[in-house]
Design a binder for this molecule. Structure first.
Ligand SMILES: *[C@@H]1O[C@H](CO)[C@@H](O)[C@H](O)[C@H]1NC(C)=O
Ligand SMILES: *[C@@H]1O[C@H](CO)[C@@H](O)[C@H](O)[C@H]1NC(C)=O
Ligand SMILES: *[C@@H]1O[C@H](CO)[C@@H](O)[C@H](O)[C@H]1NC(C)=O
Length: 427
């Protein structure tokens, strides 16, 4: 199981992706007693979708932070690459965010952009050089912060990342050095993480990441792509909980609840954890007898078998023929549907209710919906206003710092955004 940012421009399906605008106070919750920090409402803005997501259409007033994706690591520690993400447009992005009182960050890495993270932080000399590379990027583009989206330390992610057993320790040393820099000291620093803590030098999930909680403003746990077309069966893209699944041995592989517990247990305070949420779902080709085991009018199965050789094409941001990935491996359509894509594709009406002829179920454990077209045999596990409300309530109850959505352009008329904001305690 992997968690990553799908780089849909590349059509990938990758086996296993400020001035604070809102003055609302941190809600506390669960008696954590950390009052001061204000809630975070963030999303990642994919630079390659700029034409489809004009800055003028972004609901800036609903955000506190917006993170531009991606600056990719490069063979030289002195360089980052914005070649897939329009460097000129980044300047407009930052100035527009600032006009609206929203903090502007750039995310470094991503699923395809982290090949050289390990060497960038791999020696004392490189860490010093990389601090300079990062602070120069921040200065050049007038950034408020940097998001480190390393997928993943001591794990090859897409498959051809440089890897070093000491990646986690090197990463922390680098962040500490960045914090000691006069420019780095003022930056808002975040990290996008998988659902399970990074692997330390032992090769096991780290048990003490306290140091990261000190140097980072927050970690954003990417609680999505938990299930997708690389998995053995269909399943929820972004489960809220997995302690309640019917078959824990095969189905309890990650969720917001278990991920927050795991990261908190490493020493990251709740108010430094932001829940990564998904404005999209994954599609699977599922036979009617498997999708609807109790017949056409019964509930949808939550973990049906699917035909991995017949991946449905997703919405118009999906690419049926993306060519090889950055590691040179062949790839096909990703099959992702953004929330607007479910409406455009005829699965949902504009108000989010299932269209006539479409089967719909809301899975009680994962607290996420599914839709199914028995004619096309397309089955989609996704998120909607109801599942975002459940996640927002969890954020509020647990005393998390807020949420970050992949990606800004995935929503439809702020349906998801309004739901999670309301439930998480934004005014
Ligand atoms: C330091 O960075 C350079 C690239 O600029 C790289 O070739 C070298 O392997 C790195 N050193 C370590 C120890 O990772
Ligand atoms: C955990 O890490 C912190 C910071 O790196 C260190 O100060 C602390 O002693 C460690 N705790 C344990 C139990 O190893
Ligand atoms: C279901 O799929 C069939 C076959 O692709 C298509 O003709 C039909 O319009 C779809 N139904 C809905 C409600 O979108």
């Amino acid at each position: 199981m992997v968690t990553f940012h799908l780089v849909l421009k590349l059509g990938t399906l990758l086996a296993g992706a400020c001035h604070v605008a809102s003055a609302s106070a941190f809600p506390g919750g669960a008696g954590h007693g950390k009052p001061a920090d204000s809630l975070v409402a963030a999303s990642w803005y994919a630079g390659w979708h700029a034409d489809d997501v004009p800055l003028a259409t972004v609901s800036w007033s609903k955000y506190t932070h917006m993170t531009y994706a991606f600056a990719e690591t490069a063979p030289s520690v002195h360089e980052l690459s914005l070649s897939d993400s329009d460097a000129t447009f980044l300047q407009q992005f930052v100035s527009t965010a600032h006009t609206h009182g929203v903090k502007a960050l750039v995310s470094v890495g991503g699923w395809t952009g982290g090949l050289y993270y390990s060497t960038d932080v791999g020696s004392a000399e490189n860490r010093t050089a990389f601090v300079k590379t990062i602070t120069q990027l921040a200065t050049k583009y007038n950034l408020d912060g940097i998001d480190f989206d390393w997928e993943y330390p001591n794990s090859a992610g897409i498959g051809c990342n440089q890897v070093n057993a000491d990646d986690v320790a090197h990463f922390l040393s680098f962040l500490q050095e960045l914090r000691a820099d006069p420019i780095g000291a003022k930056l808002f620093l975040t990290a996008a993480t998988p659902v399970l803590p990074w692997s330390d030098a032992s090769g096991n999930h780290a048990t003490n990441l306290t140091g990261f909680g000190t140097v980072l403003d927050y970690v954003a746990i990417m609680n999505y792509d938990v299930w997708g077309p690389w998995a053995a069966t269909a399943g929820p893209n972004a489960p809220l909980d997995d302690a309640c699944v019917a078959d824990p041995a095969t189905q309890a592989v990650g969720s917001a609840v278990s991920a927050v517990n795991a990261w908190h247990a490493t020493g990251i305070p709740y108010n430094k954890i932001v829940l990564g949420v998904a404005g999209y779902g994954h599609s699977f080709r599922v036979k009617p007898a498997d999708a609807l085991p109790q017949g056409a009018n019964g509930p949808l199965a939550s973990y049906p078998v699917f035909d991995a050789a017949d991946q449905p094409l997703g919405d118009k941001w999906d690419d049926p023929n993306p060519g090889p990935d950055v590691c040179g491996n062949p790839q096909g359509a990703g099959g992702a549907f953004d929330y607007w894509g479910l409406i455009e594709g005829g699965f949902l009406y504009a108000d989010g209710t299932p269209a006539a002829g479409i089967s719909y179920s809301f899975d009680a454990c994962s607290q996420t919906p599914y839709v199914y077209n028995a004619t096309s045999q397309v089955y989609i596990a996704y998120d909607d206003a109801k599942s975002f409300a459940a996640k927002g309530a969890f954020i509020e109850k647990t005393g998390l710092r807020g949420f970050a959505m992949w990606q800004t352009g995935g929503d439809y008329k702020d349906t998801l955004m309004n739901s999670i904001r309301g439930a998480a305690g934004f005014a």
